[in-house]
Design a protein around this ligand. Sequence first.
Ligand SMILES: *Cc1c(COP(=O)(O)O)cnc(C)c1O
Length: 423
Amino acid sequence: MAPAAITPERTPSPETASDLIKDGMKSNILKTAPAVSNGNIQDGLLEDLNASLLQTTLTTQPCSVPLPDSAESVATKTCTDHMVTCSWHSTHGWSAPQLVPYGPLSIMPSASVLHYATECFEGMKLYRGYDGKLRLFRPLLNCRRMLKSTARIALPGFNPEELLKLIIRLCAVDGPKWLPKDRPGHFLYIRPTMIANDPALGVQAPKEALLFILLSCFPDMSKSATTGKPGLKLLASKEDTCRAWPGGFGHAKVGANYGPTLVAQGEARRRGYDQILWLFGDRCRITEAGASNFFVVWKTREGRTELVTAPIEDKIILDGITRRSVLELVGERLIGVIDVVERHFEMGEIVEAIEEGRLLEAFAAGTAFFVAPVAEIHFRGMDLRIPMSEGDSGPYAGMIRRWLEHVMFGMTEHRDWAVLVDE
Ligand SMILES: *Cc1c(COP(=O)(O)O)cnc(C)c1O
């Protein structure tokens, strides 16, 4: 057909294109997890993920627990004794979940995930409180976000509350041994994951998938890995790279977002920086830092104090649970002291704020890095020093960090945000 046959009316506008993805995601959830839509099973063929069917086989070869922040923990290769797995097939839905000894998975070399990046994950922590209790932090938000990620890449839907029950069960089995009561203030990293293990090589929405949950030893990453001191050193991304773009999938925790960032991350490390500060577009709009959200605190020229972070509406950045918690806490507790602002902001504004002495502090926030003050940003030949007026942090990052720590480790009881794991 001649190109002239394509009339302008038939070329999808950007809105129609994104509706295509939105409609596709909705129908995928309806098709694969009927209970998510309204609690009724609409398609009799499919069962929903059901945690009450969990079958347990305990290990006969328990491992020893490494010390927190030992070389073994830092290597992030040590997982606890057990994992949860659950398989899904398009014709019969979710099977009974299994809690089994941690070990290798078996998938075919032609499996969809190995060729088409049909993988998504979550990152959460299990905390051993100073009151001796085990806690999760706002875990249902992670489970809901995982559902959004699966829908973005044609993986099956599920009821997020059932995923949470499976996570809690695994934490109840391995938490007591791997986070001993006499070592409060430590955590395990929780990695719920879904992959398409469909062995069909054709490029198509997968008909088979595997959900698994593992618990891993993980270091405290809130200090600079390059200097060993508080204060991250960030390297701004170059003109020729970006992490995510409008209409893409930067807002989903899909593996495809991370592999392609590792060259830049490796270069940052070689040059003595901890993370990449991901910029977007010709005006160097600030998005996120590594796998965490990025915040600045500055004085406006009118003299107001603002906490500024990038907005989530254009779906370029991840809707971080730490980000959301920071915005909510500061909005509630520092009302009238500091304005919470979600908007596009650019490197030029940071450079100006530093030159005019208005930049108060900057920090990164996410589950892995927690609340990590930023000490320096290298941007296009400039070394920008960020104030850390309390030595190891700025005043706001320090305060926010303590507020969150108090909830996570049980110094403040928070009915909604902290979920106790009974052991
Ligand atoms: C996971 C992640 C975050 C942080 O999200 P939290 O829910 O706070 O852990 C931020 N940005 C990216 C790209 C991430 O992958």
